[in-house]
Design a protein around this ligand. Structure first.
Ligand code: MOS
Length: 733
């Protein structure tokens, strides 16, 4: 039987999703369910002096009104440590839209109506919301062993990076900026909490119960084994559901207080202000090169926002420059500015998405300055090791991505001058950029079971963010047990299942895949042992070394028996094996990344400045591709986010600190009409050094470099270099 692994298959949960049978957190209804509605601050910096809740308390159906003056008990994380959001524990306000109250009522409408009657008085202080203004007060982020704030690599005899730049024949030195962005997953954040005998059941989308459960346990002051989290479906996340936000802690605390199940769902505006954002950045880049294109110096200094309300510092933009190109002299730095803005967090390719815009724009600028083709410039500085390092990559086929991309896209037909192609009033140009993202892997434990009805089950506590993880579990399981996909069930999204770790950093498949492989071996060992030892088994008495399992059959020299026949004969409803898999020494012996290149063509209207992306191509090197259909979806999705970053997205703050466009009516993202047909091509080299499945990450790779690809195409079309995202009409007129 041929394996379904590597063939393009529909999502195993697709039908449930499109028919509405899939239950997302907010779809859960429990007996006696009450509804909580969040109250948020209308000041960005200051202290709450009073909250008039009298009318709210008298409102119909109201069960409880909680504020900093009458709080629910939620234990916050220790100072400067990450943990669950603990609202209502202070009267201080750190940003506009911060959770400062919860009204619980018999119905959602009653809770909302009552919440709207609450009057809040503040002692307001002027908020700081501008990264640019804050740069003089920037600080180095807390040091992390693997990510120091400043990294310097210099050739012996070179005194400083500036000296290396001074002696370079050609220098590009520019500043690039990227705005605050919001994940804006289709599914708003929601939680349904229910307590029974001191134990909490919580239905809430998240990126890993290994993070959620301990954080929530701390916040509630209960042992972690008293919390059961259930989340079979997550309607988008990409970092936006990594943290334990106030909807979760408030629902849990209110349910305990009222001794009733409580549901809290954020409105779209509350998602903008009460969850998290991608920090905005200011990035200075200086590239020095010889006239032949050899990089002689690379300097990348990045400033990013660190919200006052959440002790989180993004693994910043500067780290793209740490490892993308060969150069003998390099300096990168990261500094942060604490501001009165919503919490910052990881968002799809945190660091690389913004850093690649700066680096890949600067590389394009250097190519023009040298009169060199942008792909040639990148090949000239192709890195065999990271600057100053000596480890080889476990697998790197970036050169092939450039080559195939150039061929498929027709790169050679590109005019060598900017503003050289027009179609009526439309100026046409093309651009490209490199993509790379670290290939992460985390320890994971999975379980595999053979069932008496002839099916197999793969299970673990991992989460499906909409990326197709459920299907990945089924595919890897089907491949290893040798059954057709329809005979393999996948279960995830439950904290009581085998501890499969979290989903983030594009690590899911590479982490759980090897654990599934190991769990199949463990389950098969159990099956064979049962087959030869149980008195009622048709293979009873056969020496264990004479039986093997293959494609659903247990075989000895004389007999071949379907595994379900063994289970039925022995009265065993299921036989299972659990196993863990984790990275080993290879992480110290190799650099490990995923690679790619994106290409795009834009048309810019010379009278209106309107930019239309007319063609896009991504060529990706991400190891073995488990499901080409969903993998392609992931890369396309990432590239669409890149177009969005280039042309649409950006959160703005008013002087008061209010989010000026914190709604989906005002926060622009591309619609179908903004996105052309997209081509995706995988160069498929399974990376068996990285993990025994050979798959690396694809969730974030597609966005990396894409915004620069668009900006570089806009330059080629118009001769105008835009260094501040998003690219707007007025920047092109
Ligand atoms: Mo992703 S930003 O690693 O969830």
């Amino acid at each position: 039987m041929s394996s379904p692994l590597g063939t393009p298959v529909d999502r195993v949960d697709g039908l449930a999703k499109v028919t509405g049978a899939a239950k997302y957190s907010a779809d859960r209804s429990l007996d006696g369910l009450a509804f909580g509605y969040l109250v948020t601050s209308t000041a960005a910096n200051g202290t709450i002096t009073a909250m008039d809740v009298a009318a709210a308390r008298r409102s119909p159906g109201v069960l409880g009104v909680y504020t900093p003056f009458d709080p629910l008990r939620i234990i916050g994380p220790a100072t400067n440590r990450s943990g669950a959001d603990a609202p209502l524990q202070t009267k201080d306000v750190h940003h506009y839209g911060e959770p400062i109250g919860l009204v619980v009522a018999e119905t959602f409408e009653q809770a909302r109506a009552a919440a709207n009657t609450i009057r809040v008085s503040y002692d307001v202080r002027p908020p700081a919301t501008s990264l640019r203004d804050g740069i003089p007060t920037a600080v180095e982020p807390p040091m992390r062993d693997d990510e120091p704030a400043v990294v310097t690599v210099l050739r012996p005899g070179v005194p400083s990076i500036e000296a290396a730049l001074d002696s370079s024949e050609v220098v590009v030195r520019e500043t690039y900026t990227t705005p605050t962005q919001n994940h804006m997953a289709m599914e708003p954040h929601s939680a349904v909490a229910s307590w029974k005998a001191g134990a909490l059941t919580i239905y809430t989308a998240n990126q890993g119960s290994s993070i959620l459960v301990p954080q929530l346990a701390t916040a509630m002051g209960v042992p972690a084994d008293k919390i059961h989290a259930i989340f079979p479906f997550t309607g988008g996340a990409f970092g936006g559901k990594f943290n334990t936000y106030a909807h979760i802690t408030l629902a849990a605390a209110a349910a305990r207080e009222l001794n009733r199940p409580v549901k809290v769902v954020f409105t779209r505006e509350q998602v903008f202000s009460a969850t998290s954002t991608r920090p905005d950045t200011v990035q200075n880049i200086a590239l020095g090169a010889r006239a032949d294109g050899t990089l002689t110096a690379l300097r990348h200094d990045a400033w990013g926002t660190a919200s006052i309300s959440r002790p989180f510092v993004e693994l910043s933009s500067h780290r793209t420059s740490r490892r993308w190109y060969a150069t003998q002299n390099l300096e990168i730095s990261q500094r942060v500015v604490p501001l009165n803005v919503p919490g910052t967090s990881i968002m799809r390719a945190p660091g690389e998405a913004t850093g690649s815009f700066a680096l890949e724009s600067a590389m394009d600028e250097l190519a023009w300055k040298l009169g060199m083709d942008p792909i040639q410039l990148r090949m000239k500085n192709y890195a065999a090791t990271i600057p100053g390092g000596n480890l080889p990559w476990s697998s790197k086929h970036l050169d092939e991505c450039y080559r195939i991309g150039a061929r498929e896209f027709g790169w050679d037909r590109r005019p060598r001058e900017p503003r050289a192609t027009r179609d009526g009033n439309w100026l046409v140009g093309t651009g490209m950029a490199t993509a790379a993202y670290p290939a992460f892997r985390y320890p994971a434990t999975m379980k595999v079971a053979y069932l008496w009805d002839g099916t197999a089950e793969v299970s673990g506590s991992t989460s499906d963010l909409g990326t197709g993880m459920t299907t990945v579990l089924a595919l890897v399981g089907a491949d290893r047990v040798g059954l057709p996909l329809r005979r393999v069930r996948a279960r995830l999204g439950d904290s009581r299942l085998s501890q499969a770790g979290f989903v983030g950093g594009s690590c899911g498949t590479a982490s759980v895949g090897p654990a599934i492989m190991a769990a199949v071996q463990a389950a098969t060992r159990q099956l064979l042992t049962l087959a030869v030892t149980h008195a009622d088994s048709p293979l009873h008495g056969t020496p264990i070394e004479d039986v093997r399992y293959e494609s659903g059959q247990v075989r000895s020299r004389r007999r071949t028996v379907p595994f379900e026949a063994v289970l039925r004969a022995t009265g065993s409803p299921r036989i299972e094996g659990e196993a863990s898999a984790a990275p080993g020494n290879e992480t110290r012996q190799y650099e490990m990344d995923c690679f790619g290149a994106t290409f795009c063509e834009v048309r810019v209207h010379e009278l209106t400045g309107e930019v239309r992306v007319s063609r896009m191509l991504g060529v990706m090197d991400a190891g073995r591709i488990v499901n080409p259909k969903t993998a392609r979806n992931q890369i396309i999705g990432g590239m669409v986010w890149g177009v969005s970053a280039a042309l649409h997205e950006g959160l703005h703050y008013e002087e008061s600190g209010r989010l000026a466009n914190g709604t989906l009516a005002d926060y622009l993202v591309p619609v179908n009409a903004d996105i052309p047909d997209v081509d995706v091509h995988f160069v498929e080299y399974p990376d068996l050094i990285h993990n025994p499945l050979g798959a690396k990450g694809i969730g974030e790779l597609g966005i990396v470099g894409m915004a620069a690809s668009v900006a570089n195409a806009v330059y080629h079309a118009t001769g105008k270099r835009v260094r501040d995202l998003p690219i707007t009409l007025e920047q092109l007129l």
